[in-house]
Design a protein. Structure first.
Length: 238
């Protein structure tokens, strides 16, 4: 069974792993050969050019500016302080939505943790059910619902909190989905229109002895500026 030391070791391993991955991400981010991977939107807009095109051979693959290693984590507070609209313009909608996932986790679990520590933990801990029973248990078990005796009114605290946690989670998710949908519509409305955004797939066009498939599709979709036809084998006809 799990003990407090086991939980501490597990938490330490996970925190250490997270820090290692964060450092690896931040260090790889400032290397020249990864520039296109970390700044693709800037390349598409012509605001940034690959550093691997010029300079010495070593500088094309390794960042030799040691001052940049002293401030390689400065992008984190800048990203958190940046307005959402500017963030989307800077790195795109996907990155902004990814950042909101972490904020969503904080919105959901911080209030749940506070309520659990303030209400459920005292309700469970102030019982002696496990101590009186002839069972093996740990300090962690005394914090759980297993320390409440059968038929106790204290179970109502767990029922009420379960409904409260569920309602809060659904409410926060609904508000977040609404916000993400709004951001996506605003993002699509601000982008240039492309034909592939309005593509319609039409299958099983009935044969016509008087017209070819190309002529028939042209009569049906006169407003389309481009169309592509293929037969049943997938071969593109036009």
């Amino acid at each position: 069974m799990a003990t407090l030391s086991d939980i501490g070791v597990s938490a330490g391993v996970n925190i250490l792993s997270a820090l290692i991955f964060l450092l690896a991400f931040a260090l790889l981010r400032i290397q020249p050969f990864n520039d296109r991977v970390y700044f693709p939107k800037w390349y598409l807009k012509g605001l940034r050019f690959s550093p691997t095109y010029s300079g010495a051979l070593v500088t094309k693959f390794v960042n030799l500016d040691f001052r940049s290693y002293l401030r390689f984590l400065n992008w984190m507070p800048d990203a958190l302080r940046m307005p959402e609209e500017e963030l989307i313009e800077h790195v795109g909608l996907d990155s902004a939505a990814y950042l909101r996932i972490y904020l969503l986790g904080l919105k959901i679990f911080v209030p749940i943790t506070v309520l659990a520590l303030a209400i459920l933990v005292p309700v469970n801990l102030t019982n002696s059910t496990l101590a009186l029973a002839n069972v093996t248990y740990s300090d962690v078990d005394k914090l759980s619902i297993s320390n409440i005796p059968l038929g106790s009114q204290r179970f109502w605290a767990h029922v009420v909190m379960a409904y409260a946690f569920t309602f809060w989670t659904c409410y926060v998710l609904a508000k977040e989905y609404e916000r993400i949908a709004t951001l996506r519509l605003q993002f699509l409305a601000s982008e240039r229109r492309h034909l592939d955004q309005f593509t319609v797939l039409v299958r099983n066009i009935p044969p016509n002895s008087d017209e070819s498939i190309s002529e028939l599709s042209g009569a049906l979709f006169l407003s389309q500026s481009s169309r592509s036809l293929s037969n049943s084998s997938g071969k593109v006809l036009q």
